[in-house]
Design a protein around this ligand. Structure first.
Ligand code: TAP
Length: 808
């Protein structure tokens, strides 16, 4: 009987290749299968604590009982972390670097135990924990040992936040922990971290490694627990910064809880990331990309390629290839080294996924599960699943399933691909498959995603920032940008609070009818889409000068005016694509025209604010200078090229945030205004600006300067009126991507942060602290540019033959 090679491949069976669980079970036995909290360098098992079980989701076997942290536990962890801060920060950079290096080495030395323990606890295949999770975690500590070493030179003028609270999910427990702890320690913070309830074990093993590394007690504290423990951490007053990875819903809750507290916040949330396959793609590679994109880690990946967008000409062919490949994916015991997909993390997750798939079918999708019959029925196993005939408005095209399910849609043109890809409330990652590099590189900047992989997917490296746009959260983990998330400008600690009387409006301010209005209409209108616009409500506000006399009137903007301004800003999207040289030119031009009218502005400042002519001159001069500064920056705040350990480069592009809402301070109404709109403009963002409520006439005087400086319509929009009301509308608006608030009250900062939860926009608020707008350390420079930009990492493979494979 003759047999050909294809038949041999088809009939070949895999032998069992089990990884032993022995060492991991022995480790649990050493702990009497009981895991407490790790606080101040010691294991704490509070007598009255609640407990929960950690279960192997592949077998249902109970692994250990775990303490569930209460308010008291969180309190003592925060206390230990606060007490450890002084000692930790007193160490020199090299000493801190050596601890991080020791942790990296210890992770490598214990790599197998960590991998097996993670697989037992989470259900993910040993192949992945062994080759991806643990190696990437070690790499993260190495990379951040480096940042610790060069902290003083690379982050001069910055300091650590203090005690950092970190809450992580169950899908990459050990890796997420490394992503959180390594940069926090490198920057000089101490940590209170809560692992997810389903996956507490590897964090406990890491605590042991901290002891072995001789890390000072209290620098790392692990409090085990459930959502309520997480909530205790996020609202604890002793914590200066919260870093959270998890669902968008909980992210929203945390945004609300921390609003107005002054806590720094980064959120890494969910996603519905597109994989876009063009007709000119290498389809066999693209099939492997889809496998990696959606079936890695059973699809329980925040950046999973859960929407597959196929160009029409190759859709049928690609689906056929995928069906064939799906049949060969092996689902089974996660400890088997020849398994592609292990168990889902829990029964609950199984039910959630199954429910969403059923909804998809009910809404008209065709269910494809070629490997269903080979999928184990005991344990939380779910077969690789594809949903065909999905429409963009279907539930399964919009909602994150967080499981091994891909929803397939088609497109005709690259333009349509961009529209479809961006048709999501999320913006975490995207993957583009095309052999035409011009096409791929044209698309990458147009996709709303923090990470774009070209002809590749799910690539990660400690040097390359990871994080999202929109409801995928804000902040980046990894690289220089990730370090910034754990640092703050040092001058912030010395800023005074506004005094109560400061910037209070006079009793007569805004009075409806004031004596002395002459016959000429002096009411300054709003500035929307490059034109002066009457306020929608047809009301105006009286503006008083320093002597309490009427200086003029301005339009009283309302919700509708803000909406119009946001729409105008959105239409001016082209500003973000304008050449950086052009942005510079326009900023210089504004400076030139302001200079030509300097006397007029000086007089206005003297009249309105009561400053001396010399002080007014200083403010105008500094404003002109500041415009020059951002003209200078416009073509110099460049991106980076990273060289991750793979045959790829990652190009970190600095993109405009988009539509920026800016609420200006009252003091120094010209300089404050310029200090905020100029960096936004330099970086290509469009602004909707609420000028000083007390002195808005300075801003309205600027219309003519803008009109004569070639400012594109809609790039700057100004709505005068009552600050609190307008700021709230801006912060609630779904098409505003970020809001900056610089008011003299803490209430405004709280209001803006709270109102931002709708689309989880970025916020930058002053928490009632007063900057000196003349002080260049406080009022200009990279801090402003960072807030005006998003970093997108575009991964590009190079080389023929060997390709850009994974290096871990
Ligand atoms: P969540 O339910 O949000 O849980 C994440 C963490 O928050 C867990 O430790 C959880 O504790 C804790 N938590 C729950 N309620 C809380 C509250 N009210 N206050 C503070 N903490 C609270 O998410 P999940 O189901 O574990 O993880 C899946 C989600 O994470 C997905 O949406 C996925 O996209 C996202 N994710 C995102 C990323 C990135 S980088 N963007 C990475 C991984 C996962 P318990 O587990 O004990 O309930």
């Amino acid at each position: 009987m003759s047999t050909n090679v294809a038949e041999i491949f088809d009939t070949m069976e895999y032998g069992p290749a089990p990884e032993s669980e022995k060492t991991a079970l022995e480790w649990l036995d050493q702990h009497n299968k009981t895991i407490g909290h790790f606080i101040n360098g010691k294991w704490v098992v509070p007598a009255k604590s609640k407990w929960f079980d950690s279960v192997n989701p592949a077998t249902g076997q109970k692994l250990a009982k775990i303490a569930c942290g209460t308010k008291t536990d969180v309190d003592s962890a925060v206390k230990a972390a606060a007490a450890a801060l002084k000692k930790w920060q007193a160490l020199d950079n090299h000493a801190r670097a050596k601890y991080l290096y020791a942790l990296a080495r210890l992770i490598q030395k214990n790599a197998r135990l960590l991998a097996v323990l993670e697989t037992l606890d989470n259900g993910k295949p040993i192949r992945e924990t062994r080759d991806l999770d643990v190696n990437l975690a070690a790499r993260h500590f190495y990379h951040h040992a480096g940042w610790a070493q060069i902290l003083d030179t690379e982050f001069a003028g910055y300091e650590a936040h203090g005690v950092v609270g970190q809450v992580i999910p169950w899908n990459f427990p050990f890796l997420m922990m490394a992503w959180k702890i390594a940069p926090a320690l490198a920057a000089g913070n101490t940590v209170v971290l809560k692992p997810a309830e389903f996956t507490p074990l590897t964090a406990a093993l890491f605590a042991e490694l901290c002891v072995e590394a001789g890390l000072p007690a209290g620098v790392v504290n692990i409090v085990q627990g459930d959502g309520s423990t997480g909530a205790e951490i996020t609202r604890h007053p002793g914590i200066a910064k919260i870093a959270f990875t998890g669902s968008t819903d909980v992210g929203r809750l945390i945004r609300e809880t921390t609003a107005g507290s002054g806590k720094a916040l980064t959120l890494e949330l969910g996603g519905k990331s597109p994989t876009i396959v063009f007709e000119n793609a290498d389809l066999d590679s693209a099939v492997e990309g889809v496998v990696d994109g959606i079936w890695l880690n059973q699809g329980e990946v925040c950046c999973a390629g859960s929407r597959l967008l196929l160009q029409e000409g190759i859709a049928d062919k690609m689906i056929k290839k995928l069906k064939r490949r799906m049949k060969n994916l092996r689902v089974g015991s996660p400890l088997d080294k020849a398994i592609d997909m292990g168990a889902l993390a829990s029964d609950e997750q199984f039910r959630k996924i199954d429910k969403l798939v059923k909804i998809g079918v009910k809404e008209g999708a065709e269910l494809v599960q070629p490997g269903k019959d080979d999928c184990p029925v005991q344990g939380c196993f779910y077969p690789p699943t594809m949903l065909l005939n999905v429409q963009p408005a279907d539930t399964v095209a919009e909602v994150e399933i967080f499981g091994p399910v891909v929803s397939v849609m088609t497109f005709r043109t690259p333009e349509e691909a961009v529209q479809l890809a961006n048709n999501s409330r999320y913006g975490l990652a995207a993957s583009i498959w095309s052999e035409n590099i011009n096409l791929a590189l044209d698309l990458a900047p147009r996709l709303k995603a923090g990470v774009v992989w070209i002809n590749s997917t799910n690539m990660f490296d400690a040097a390359c920032g990871f994080g999202g746009y929109r409801e995928s959260g804000f902040g980046r983990e990894g690289g220089r940008e990730g370090m910034h998330a754990y640092l703050k400008p040092a001058y912030l600690s010395d800023l005074p609070k506004y005094k109560n009387a400061e910037n209070k409006l006079s009793a007569a301010a805004h009075a409806r009818s004031v004596e002395g209005i002459d016959s000429i209409d002096r009411t300054a209108k709003l500035y929307i889409g490059g034109k002066q616009a009457r306020p929608d409500g047809a009301y105006s506000l009286s503006i008083m000068n320093a002597k309490g006399k009427l200086a003029g009137q301005v339009g009283e903007g309302n919700r509708k005016d803000i909406r119009n301004a946001v729409e105008a800003a959105k239409k001016a999207e082209g500003w973000g694509k304008a050449a950086h040289h052009l942005r510079a030119q326009i900023l210089y031009y504004i400076a030139e025209n302001l200079s030509a009218r300097a006397d007029e502005f000086k007089k206005r400042l003297v009249d309105l604010t009561g400053v001396t002519p010399a002080q007014a001159k200083k403010e105008v001069d500094e404003s002109i200078r500041r415009l020059f500064t951002y003209g200078a920056w416009a073509d110099k705040y460049d991106g980076d090229v990273h060289y991750p350990p793979a045959r790829m480069v990652a190009v970190a592009m600095k993109e405009p945030v988009g539509t920026l809402g800016i609420v200006c301070p009252d003091e120094n109404p010209l300089l404050g205004f310029v200090s905020l709109f100029a960096p936004a403009m330099a970086m290509g963002s469009r602004s909707v600006i609420i000028p000083s409520e007390k002195y808005p006439l300075i801003a309205t005087d600027l219309y003519q300067v803008f009109d004569t400086s070639d400012v594109p319509a809609g790039a700057i929009n100004i709505v005068t009126g009552r600050r609190a009301e307008l700021a709230k509308t801006l912060a609630e608006h779904d098409d505003v991507d970020a809001v900056w608030y610089f008011g003299s009250d803490t209430a405004g900062s709280l209001l803006v942060e709270k109102a931002s939860v709708g689309n989880l926009k970025r916020t930058w608020v002053n928490n009632g602290l007063k900057r000196d707008w003349f002080d260049r350390e406080q009022a200009e420079g990279e801090e402003y540019l960072r807030h005006a930009t998003e970093i997108k990492n575009v991964w590009i493979p190079y080389g023929e033959g060997e390709g850009g494979g994974k290096a871990y």
